[in-house]
Design a protein around this ligand. Sequence first.
Ligand code: IDP
Ligand code: MG
Length: 139
Amino acid sequence: MATNRTFTMLKPDSVEKGNIGPILEKITASGFRIVAMKLTQMTTADAQAFYAIHKERPFFGELVEYMTRGPIVAAILEKDNAVEDFRTLIGATNPAEAAEGTIRKLYAASIGENAVHGSDSDENAAIEGAFHFSGREMF
Ligand code: IDP
Ligand code: MG
């Protein structure tokens, strides 16, 4: 995957609250092109693998429960400086600390249920995109 791409998930709380449309509107209005996208649901094994880096953290079990409780929207996004610009657009992990106008400030309930995922590096964007999509699903 090229380094001008990032990976996102609109997490189960965003889907439950009917926020898919408003969040996608904000993403595309911010200049991101949708390269791949689908509604899907992670299994427990999927979430444990996706978040393996956090497996020793005290919130790991809670995180896996949350991320598997309903469908998500997974997507690969393209823009110059995609990883960094998307992290800016979503805001801090804790919505209480997220900047005004960011997706987490607008749509997240708490540090645990924080509406969206954004890759933290080009390397992880490629790994995470490949976790959810085959080459035939990327445009
Ligand atoms: P990030 O999503 O902003 O990159 P990470 O530190 O990578 O944040 O954490 C991954 C996810 O784990 C967060 O998005 C959030 O859903 C959850 N999480 C992080 N910290 C906490 C916490 O202190 N309590 C509960 N859940 C947390
Ligand atoms: Mg992270």
